[in-house]
Ligand binder design. Structure first.
Ligand SMILES: NC(=O)c1ccc[n+]([C@@H]2O[C@H](COP(=O)([O-])OP(=O)(O)OC[C@H]3O[C@@H](n4cnc5c(N)ncnc54)[C@H](O)[C@@H]3O)[C@@H](O)[C@H]2O)c1
Length: 259
């Protein structure tokens, strides 16, 4: 018997980075994992790889910013599993541009995915979890929602929003025995960075991806970025009965970056 056997877990943005590591960790701990992503092809690849290990993982297509997509996913969960034990609101996009150069549409896109996506996921989970009188929601926020970064106002604001939403949602969920927490990582070595032009420039300058990450981590007292697996460990802890009295909390998994 593993910690999450018989549990139904939905991870958004599961096709890459922190989401993929989290989905993998839950599946290996016995959960039935729904790997949800806007990129169905990549989510299906992960689910197939995990299935080869003999664990339970299934891909579903989900754009977290779309209310109708959430309704469809919820209906699928209700009819197939009749319950939801854990939701990890992980899907997110990064965006950097000075305020004076940013368009309203760019700002709104970041809010739609990073803030509206968490709100819609929370609503969908509440509808499934409140009648069961159990459940856990974990939102992947960011240290940037606590400590501002120049040139990343939209991202920082969206993550600060996700943090306050976590706290307000925790109060509404508590009478239903549902816990809601957030994790605030500083830098994590994921494809999110590797897709950015400036980071490719840093790799070229520093000579390797590892050296570029080391250069990025100068502001992190522990002197490095986290691995996606380290964030997944924190998610599993918050989702487990060991964290049964923790709700409305923000767990900084940031190598002391925000101190
Ligand atoms: N990488 C970091 O340094 C870091 C630090 C702090 C917080 N975070 C947060 O962690 C989360 C995961 O980041 P990551 O680094 O693993 O990113 P990533 O880019 O590696 O993966 C993000 C995944 O989300 C999916 N996605 C994007 N938009 C979506 C949408 N609208 N609906 C559904 N899926 C969508 C992508 O297809 C991708 O599979 C994000 O919320 C990010 O803001 C990342």
């Amino acid at each position: 018997m593993t910690t999450f056997s018989k549990k139904i877990v939905l991870v958004t943005g599961a096709a890459s980075g922190i989401g993929a590591a989290t989905a993998t960790a839950f599946a290996r701990e016995g959960a039935t994992v729904l790997c949800a992503d806007i990129n169905l092809e990549a989510a299906s690849r992960l689910a197939s790889q995990l299935s080869l290990e003999g664990v339970n993982a299934h891909a579903i297509e989900l754009n977290v910013a779309s209310e109708s997509a959430w309704n469809k996913a919820s209906e699928h969960i209700r009819t197939t599993y009749s319950r939801l034990d854990v939701l990890v609101n992980n899907a997110g996009i990064s965006f950097g541009k000075p305020l004076l150069d940013m368009t309203l549409a760019e700002w709104q896109r970041v809010m739609q995915v990073n803030c509206d996506g968490v709100m819609l996921g929370t609503q969908a989970a509440f509808r499934l979890m409140f009648p069961q009188n159990s459940g856990v929601i974990i939102n992947i926020a960011s240290a940037s929602g606590i400590k501002p970064v120049a040139g990343a106002s939209a991202y920082c604001t969206s993550k600060a929003g996700a943090i306050m939403l976590t706290k307000a949602a925790a109060l509404e969920a508590a009478p239903h025995k549902v816990r809601v927490n957030a994790i605030a990582p500083s830098g994590v070595t994921t494809p999110m960075w590797e897709s950015m032009e400036f980071f490719q420039g840093m790799i070229a300058e520093a000579g390797s991806k590892e050296a570029a990450y080391k250069a990025l981590a100068v502001g992190v007292p522990l002197g490095r970025y986290a691995t996606p697996e380290e964030i997944a460990e924190a998610v599993l802890y918050l989702a487990s009965p060991k964290a049964g009295f923790i709700t409305g909390a923000v767990l900084n998994v940031d190598g002391a970056y925000t101190l």
